[in-house]
Design a protein around this ligand. Structure first.
Ligand SMILES: [Zn+2]
Length: 292
């Protein structure tokens, strides 16, 4: 049996010296409870966010004004989505695609770089997203090959996009912003190709919108990012920024699964945790940007 510690007078055990072990246990419990609370809060927030995405009673275009609500809203718009690689459409743009298709707009997709094995996967993914296959085009241009460090000529990109715009009567283009979600140079080049086209066209016959890239925390916050996206969009009252919630996130998952050569574990995780599966914030590319 151990000797109990005594106070300085040697009379009774000092309560301060007896309790450290208990205090340590107490503090460990508090830390555990704190973490449990954080985890439970995150799970509740995730479920609430997913619920909002799936069962939102309001319009899925969240902004001061509805997306495509100008004087041409009653007629179908001819929209061209310009991407760099097969799977960009499913991984990043599915909220926009679902929004446009569900409202009856004519959506065309132009994909610049593709390998033979990925062509069929791209078509299958577009079929899942309900984009008519005759409105989907994939290129395999020798000067526009997939890869980091491969610089794509912006003038060439603009020329190809312009051909698509003319042949389908496109009045709206949607593409990456100048960071391109992941910073991939091909995504960024596609953005600058669209800017070059806007700079080249003499009259304002076509408008262009870019998908706003978010920081890494928001990028991997899944549906939770919808709250911040909606809040940030509210700051803009000029109709130049719109936040589109994905009405069918499961469809995005299925579309991505069609890219079977790319459907590895970390992409499954990406699609589940990426905010781009649940929300897209689009911003109109302004005149100043067009001229840059
Ligand atoms: Zn890509």
């Amino acid at each position: 049996m151990g000797v109990q510690p005594a106070n300085r007078d040697g009379l009774e055990p000092s309560p301060v010296e007896v309790e450290p072990a208990q205090a340590e246990v107490g503090s460990e419990c508090s830390i555990k409870m704190g973490w449990s609370l954080v985890v439970v809060s995150l799970i509740v927030l995730w479920i609430a966010s997913l619920w909002k995405v799936l069962y939102s009673s309001s319009s899925t275009s969240f902004s001061k004004t509805s997306f495509l609500s100008d004087d041409r809203a009653l007629s179908k718009r001819n929209v061209l989505l310009v991407v760099a690689h097969p799977d960009d459409e499913s991984m990043f743009f599915s909220p926009t695609i679902n929004y446009l298709i569900s409202r009856g707009h004519n959506l065309y997709i132009l994909c610049f770089s593709i390998g033979n094995t990925r062509k069929q996967e791209f078509y299958q993914a577009c079929a899942v997203l309900k984009v008519p296959l005759q409105q989907v085009k994939v290129l395999d241009h020798p000067d526009l090959q997939d890869g980091f460090g491969k610089v794509w000529d912006h003038e060439l990109l603009a020329k190809i996009i312009e051909e698509e715009v003319s042949s389908h009567g496109i009045d709206m283009i949607i593409t990456f912003d100048n960071y391109g979600v992941s910073g991939h140079c091909n995504h960024r080049d596609v953005h600058y190709g669209v800017c070059r086209l806007l700079h080249n066209v003499s009259k304002r016959s076509v408008e262009a919108w870019e998908l706003i890239s978010t920081g890494i925390l928001r990028k991997y916050s899944g549906p939770v990012d919808i709250w911040l996206s909606m809040l940030l969009t509210l700051r803009y009252t000029d109709g130049m920024t719109h936040c589109l919630l994905n009405e069918h996130p499961r469809k995005s998952f299925h579309a991505m699964a069609e890219h079977s050569s790319q459907w590895v574990w970390f992409r499954k995780l990406f699609v589940s945790f990426s905010s781009y599966t649940y929300v897209n914030t689009l911003r109109k590319i302004e005149e100043e940007v067009k001229k840059s």
